[in-house]
Design a protein around this ligand. Structure first.
Ligand code: ADP
Ligand code: MG
Ligand code: MG
Length: 252
């Protein structure tokens, strides 16, 4: 499903290469985690996949179900079923959360050749999902993320994910300093959405999150490359020995 091959990315503004040949395949139904020291390019990878400006792809490819992602606008990527949750969710003053989600859901349905969801069905769906996530009705009416606490933003992000039913979810939780409660929220949200047809890429600096989301595969990124991949035990190895040991082992 998500297939990244030899991806090289530099900054548009400076002549600085950040991703130096990333290869990664996330299969449906699997949870892959990327860990790695600060500055290794983890967030850059998620930004490039989301279509954020400021980065230039100099080589390689990224496809979702065989469709080239890199040439598409961010909303076209979303329509293909890509969902990205970021460390710092955007605030949208003046736009109610519910209105925002309804627009997003219907844009995606349209792109998939489905009819718009009517207001009643949408309301039923969002109420059910919000209830599952312990989100109160009042939060659905407030402007998107404006004045939300850290935990509320996280919950809202998971609600967006649940409503959009994406094929591939990418979560970058690297530097967000999630407290234990927020971390559990994210983990419960991800675990509830785990499904044979859905892949996850969970980017995290800390092993803690992976105590709650059991990954199938763990990758270590360092200096713009994936230097090692393995099972969940790799995350524990990192927790115990740090990244330096793995780097030394790989370059030896
Ligand atoms: P990580 O998420 O693994 O901590 P990042 O992807 O945030 O790493 O950053 C990788 C490297 O690219 C760092 O050295 C960072 O300073 C640099 N970088 C990323 N984006 C920019 C940018 N817009 N301007 C300047 N440097 C950047
Ligand atoms: Mg960082
Ligand atoms: Mg980061």
């Amino acid at each position: 499903m998500l297939e990244i091959k030899g991806l090289r990315v530099k900054l548009e503004e400076e002549d600085k290469e950040i991703l130096k040949g990333v290869d990664l395949t996330v299969e449906p139904g699997r949870v892959h985690a990327i860990m790695g020291p600060n500055g290794s390019g983890k967030s850059t990878l998620s930004y490039v996949l989301s279509g954020r400006e400021g980065y230039e792809v100099t080589d390689g490819s990224a496809t979702l179900d065989g469709e080239d992602l890199l040439d598409l606008e961010p909303e076209e990527r979303a329509a293909l079923g890509l969902f990205l949750a970021f460390q710092y969710p955007v605030e949208i003053p003046g736009v109610g959360n519910m209105t925002f989600l309804r627009t997003a859901v219907n844009a995606q349905r349209k792109a998939r050749g489905k009819e718009e969801m009517n207001a009643t069905d949408f309301l039923k769906l969002i109420r059910a999902k919000a209830k599952d996530l312990k989100i109160d009705a009042e939060m659905l009416k407030r402007p998107v993320n404006v004045g939300f606490s850290g935990g509320e933003k996280k919950r809202n992000e998971i609600l967006q994910m649940a409503m959009l039913e994406p094929k591939m979810c990418i979560l970058d939780e690297t530097d967000s300093g999630l407290d234990v409660d927020a971390m559990k929220l994210v983990a419960d949200g991800v675990n509830a959405l785990r499904d044979a047809g859905r892949g996850f890429l969970v980017i995290t600096h800390y092993q803690r999150l992976l105590d709650h989301i059991k990954p199938d595969v763990v990758h270590i990124m360092s200096d713009g490359r994936i230097i090692k991949s393995g099972g969940p035990e790799l995350a524990i190895e990192v927790e115990e020995n740090g990244y330096a040991d793995i780097k030394a082992e790989v370059t030896a």
